[in-house]
Design a protein. Structure first.
Length: 502
């Protein structure tokens, strides 16, 4: 239990910049979805989908390889410098190639009039890639405070610049003649979503500047023998990561290119789907924060004799939390979540939200299960799982997206169900094969109890409709209390035991 408390504390610390950042970023979601038409927001989603895929390719598993090989204290400096130099060399090569062929790349992805987007994202990707290993080193050195400060600085700057360029500058331009002449030095009134990208670029640059002490804190050396070992370990993770990003983001790209409608209408649908996809962020925030803390925790815990028991307990509490997040988001969806976070033009995609939430719950469990192939040095299995998931994603999206609009699986509804099936399959495969190579006695009955209870209580809200907002909110809160009460009765947490003894 003490180890689980330690993991929970680290998850909270690493999660602070993510949670606060995402909460602050959510101030931008209503901004984007109320100011920008869905087709423009669709363009933003398309470029960030491309960048997510390329970011994994540019880091090619070096972050996990760094954790794997830096368990011995005397090797950390050599391992860090080898990983860092490797990424610097490949990132420079990438940046030169993109700048040289920015025009043809823009033509190829059907954005011939936006070569500047390609250039901006090349620099964003380069800056974020070079920040990855310094952040990983902070995690390995157990310096969550500095990690959180730098992350939060970048997030706050990004949000501040968005608000400055998208809200303040247009207001000054329209309402002050003197102010308009001044801000024309840095502001173009004919730009809109461009400032989303510009803000990201500036904030990524600042983050890398803040990490300079970490980057230059060691004597750089490239150990070729070690580098080859790290590449061999990371190579399957590269494919796993790229296939994983296909599963997470390529549905928006496929929607853009496969929907049998004009380009602007396709980007409109991408925008609606992306806006609703943002609702699942409450699940992904927790999962991402948890992963930051869990990866070094799992590697360190592997040395203990009761490691597998700890992994099983961690999984149990993880499922309770993600089931609660699913239930809380869904029961309050119409009361709070949709009205506050997404513009009305995007509400037409509401039906995909529960599908996507459950899909990400499966993904979180899969990340927990993935500990077995990382600790057993069988990372090739991670690649296979992700490739299988990518095949499912491609196949089902290719089949369902172009279907007629009167079918339940058409367009982005098909994309949502494809994500559900993809992550569910990866979760099941990882569990089945993991029990062969690295058996952990997970409590499957609790998995079905908690996820089943959360799903059942949510489905109850689809049957019992209450028009009055106060009564509706009270009823939905009661469902949350029921779930928590069942979890407390089953788990018998320490404070309950203490109460009984007293």
């Amino acid at each position: 239990m003490s180890e689980i408390k330690k993991l929970a504390g680290q998850t909270a610390v690493y999660g602070i910049p993510l949670i606060l950042g995402r909460i602050l970023s959510y101030l931008l979601v209503p901004l984007y979805t109320n100011i920008f038409q869905p087709d423009l927001y669709g363009t933003v989603s398309v470029f960030y989908s491309y960048s997510a895929f390329l970011l994994v390719a540019l880091s090619y598993g070096m972050e996990t390889a760094f954790f794997r090989y830096s368990q011995q204290k005397e090797d950390k400096v050599r391992i860090y410098s080898t990983a860092m130099l490797s990424l610097i060399l490949t990132t420079i090569a990438f940046l030169i190639a993109v700048l040289a062929f920015a025009g043809p790349i823009a033509d190829f992805i059907d954005y011939a009039n936006h070569k500047n987007y390609v250039v901006w994202f090349a620099f964003i990707l380069a800056l974020d890639t070079l920040s990855a290993i310094p952040f990983a080193r902070l995690r390995s050195l157990n310096r969550p405070g500095r990690f959180a400060k730098i992350k939060m600085t970048g997030i706050v700057l990004n949000i501040g610049l968005n608000l400055f360029f998208i809200l303040l500058c247009p207001w000054i331009y329209k309402n002050s003649e003197i102010g308009a002449r001044l801000i024309r030095l840095i502001y173009r009134p004919d730009w809109n979503i461009e400032y989303i990208f510009i803000s990201n670029l500036i904030s990524s640059g600042l983050v890398l500047v803040l990490l300079i002490p970490e980057i230059f804190s060691v004597k750089w050396q490239l150990d070729k023998k070690l580098w080859r070992k790290m590449l061999i370990y990371a190579f399957p993770l590269l494919f796993a990561g790229m296939a994983g990003i296909v599963n997470e983001t390529f549905d928006r790209l496929m929607l853009r290119y496969l929907l049998p409608v004009p380009t602007q209408d396709a980007e409109y649908q991408v925008g609606v789907y992306s806006g609703c996809y943002k609702i699942a962020i409450l699940m992904t925030i927790f999962i991402q924060a948890y992963r930051y803390a869990a990866e070094p925790f799992f590697f360190a815990q592997a040395k203990q004799h009761n490691a597998k028991d700890v992994y099983a307990d961690v999984m149990n509490y993880f499922i309770i939390v993600v089931s609660l997040i699913f239930l809380g988001t869904m029961v309050y969806l119409d009361d709070f979540v949709l009205p506050l976070l997404v513009g009305k033009k995007y509400h037409e995609g509401r039906a995909v939200i529960p599908i996507l939430m459950m899909a990400h719950l499966f993904l979180g469990i899969y990340y927990n299960l993935s500990v077995w192939y990382k600790l057993a040095d069988k990372t090739i299995w991670g690649a296979w799982f992700s490739v299988i998931g990518a095949i499912i994603t491609f196949g089902l999206n290719f089949w369902w997206i172009p279907r007629s609009s009167d079918h339940i699986l058409h367009g982005y509804y098909g994309s949502a169900w494809a994500a559900f099936i993809c992550y569910g399959a990866m979760m099941l495969l990882s569990y089945i094969i993991g029990q062969r190579y690295f058996p952990v006695r997970y409590n499957l009955s609790k998995f079905f109890i908690y996820t089943g209870l959360a799903t059942g209580l949510y489905l109850l809200t689809t049957v019992i409709k209450i028009e009055n907002w106060w009564f509706s909110t009270s009823f939905h809160t009661m469902l949350i209390i029921i779930f928590l009460s069942v979890a407390i009765v089953i788990e018998k947490p320490p404070f309950i035991k203490f109460y009984k003894r007293s």
